[in-house]
Design a protein around this ligand. Sequence first.
Ligand SMILES: C[S@@+](CC[C@H](N)C(=O)[O-])C[C@H]1O[C@@H](n2cnc3c(N)ncnc32)[C@H](O)[C@@H]1O
Length: 573
Amino acid sequence: MKKVAILIPASPNPAFFSQIAASALALSRLNWRCWEPTVYAFLGGEPDFDALEAWRPYLRDTMMSFVPASLSNAHRFYYAQIDSLFRCAPIDADVLIRMDADTLVVRNFEDLLDFVVDTNSVAGVTAHFPFPTWPGVTPRQSWMGLSYLLTGRSIGFEHAYSLPPTDSSQDAWTTPFYMNDGVVVFAGSVFADVVAHYLRLRPNLMDRLPDPYFSGQIALALAIAQAGVRSCALPMRYNFPNDELAEARYPEELDDVCIFHYLRTHAFDRHKIFASASAYHEFLELPLTGSNKVFQSCVATLIGSEYPFTVTDAAPVARPKMASVPSKPAIPRQPPGPQRDMPADELSAALAESEHADLLRELVNISRTAFGFFVDQFTCTINYPWVAARLENLGAGSRVLDVGAGVSPMPLWLAGRGVLVDTVDNHPIRRTLPPAENWNAWGFLDYQQLHPNVASHHCAIAEFSPVSRFDAVYSICVLTHMPRATREDTLRRCHGWLRSGGRLLLTIDLIPATDFLWNRSEGREVEPLLAHGTIDEFLCQLTCVGFQLNEARVLRTPRRSRTGLLLIDCTAT
Ligand SMILES: C[S@@+](CC[C@H](N)C(=O)[O-])C[C@H]1O[C@@H](n2cnc3c(N)ncnc32)[C@H](O)[C@@H]1O
């Protein structure tokens, strides 16, 4: 069995003992096949010995380290126990997870542990918001200043905070790889290197921040950058807060939560719910909503309707049993309705921000004229003109393929410029003219009825055989709806269908604020997240089948969008 060490900083009092006991119990009830978890608690401050005696029966399998009092006195904001978990972690673990006491693992995640080992990476969910900065200093300036001052080098801004306001600009919400430290997963191979940097950086940050409480998260980000280790921004399911913003922004992630972070205290007191039978039952009966409700139901399923601890009784009553995962979906949602036309204010905002406003305006007009709407999806105001700008110079008579055309203005825009377009789509719904109220971007449309330069094929891309080679192939928001094997096969076919030097343009949906490809199609999971793949894996697939990458742009949290966006421009070699 491979070893995963779960490192929890805590204070030695009943609240923390109860949370760690609940965590350990939940872990013992998951079906571990290849991994053996061990909980390590690092306890700082004066111990409550009576509480320790009462909780000891439920912490028998927990490694407990008491941090020296001198350290606790010397370090504010609980950094004596937090730094100690890094300093005194076991050296033989394959994976180490720094985990807050107010987290609860509710689903097995061995595939993630394997992924972290295989990629030698540090993985976590990016922080929700920027840390507080000095007056007049932006978060970006603050990052740059701290990085130069403490590491002597610049720092990249490739990631995105995970809970930006819907109308935030892309630039204001970019960040280095800065994780919410409720759950941070380290491959054993990189842990010592990152920790050496962290332990030097963290104390030096204290006097340089308006709120030194954030020194740990920031030091970890700087340490990961300085160590140069691989990072991976995970979806919210691996550190899901009981937070209304998170549940509104990431409803799909809430369906698949692996680890809850029950840090918000407005609905219940995290220090009490596992600390006594009465508080536990009171919690299970609370009329909760959203993520709190899902958390409550996971606790009931995993830990049980009976309080599992007898803290006044010496004999432990908690007996591990295997638990099934919660049923889905977590929160009932409206099925997707008919497509609305993009409202005027949204379109004005998109035009104001667009790098290709003229092209966007043209595409909107074509779409409204042909279909009666321009799809109300902010990413389409980015990806349609982005592709159009790269095909603008194709001469009349050039040949282009649209993979998964759906209902889109792109084939008509190209056809209007004299380009000969083939469209392929296998959707079971056939869109017959005239356009109806219930149309959206999905479906098979025979574009030839609208322009003679387009030939439309109602089949899966694997069944398509072109009559001659193409000058360019593009595919907008399609490849992530295919399982990985179909996607790889499609890329291989596209390479074979392009003339040498032909362009492949792809726009790919991402799970926002992460490195992962969107793995749902029309509300259903295409395949498990880790099987579906990451941005890096996708780029590798492209080069493996013979494409040369010209540009790969990642927009992790485009405004007003459910998904992130990866824009790829490559050439067939
Ligand atoms: C999200 S829609 C995008 C439509 C269009 N490209 C756009 O951006 O407006 C995805 C389309 O891809 C099509 N599609 C998915 N897998 C496909 C496959 N294997 N072969 C052909 N079409 C496929 C679907 O039927 C659907 O119409």
